[in-house]
Design a protein around this ligand. Sequence first.
Ligand code: ZN
Length: 307
Amino acid sequence: MRENIWTGAVDIGGTKIQIGLVDRAGRILQEKTFQTNAGRQSPQKAMENIDRTLRKQCAAIGVDYKALQGIGVSCAGPVDAQKGIVENPYTLPGWEGFPLVEDLSARSGLPVRLENDANGALLGEILQRGLWDQKVLMVTFGTGIGVAFWNGRAVYRSGRFHPEMGHIIVASGGDACYCGHRGCFESRCSGQALNRRAAQTGYTDFDALYAAAVADGPAAQLLEEICRDIQNGIWSLSVIFKPQCIVLGGGFTKRYFQMLRDATLRDSAGKGDFLEEFSVLPALENRNSALVGAVMLFKEENQDEEV
Ligand SMILES: [Zn+2]
């Protein structure tokens, strides 16, 4: 509907919650951040803050709160997107089992949709870059590894929870992961894992290992092993999803995009029977893609509508 051009957008992380009004093109008009205080502040209190903030933001720009097309929420996973429940015992203590959609829609009187932050960030990239009709794989290298896929019409889902594609196996050994396996992508290649692997070989952290790899044989050997693991992870995902665009995000990528890009592209030339031609892009840095992505939670099912 033409008049419902604004969406309430919320991005809930372990340390902060961002709240804003976003238009159909992904422009953020109002934005406010407050501390999550998980464990000290109840999720109900956070919902009260979100509802109150959105009402104020609507009043500030002269928009009727009830005219918002809804509230889209990206939340640190795992979340049960189908039931609208937060299931995160890792970074949101006290929120486990919280029926976010039920609570926030009762307060606001608006439709509410919930998605995990890996999908939220991917949706923001799709909207801001206009990649609607492309197959896009996003891999986020941070404390863990988050993977999300857009198939050209919708986000790839498998059941109630986000598919745990950061836990595909990329090597036959390594430290045990909380997923119950050794050699998975996250336990080998997340920012945290790379620092740990560097430390196990006698370097302060991955930065020190990377710097030493220019001249030092053992460092170069470990760096080569790491790049091979990264290549294995992205190759395995790519032969399944055949992306036309791979977006690399996360704090670790900001420093090592070139290395990750090289590992992604290595041995991919001339593999037209296994892969589609693809580009590799760094995630947009200047915007909060997960916040912008909240708009897409209301667009995904209406791809044929005029936007
Ligand atoms: Zn794992």
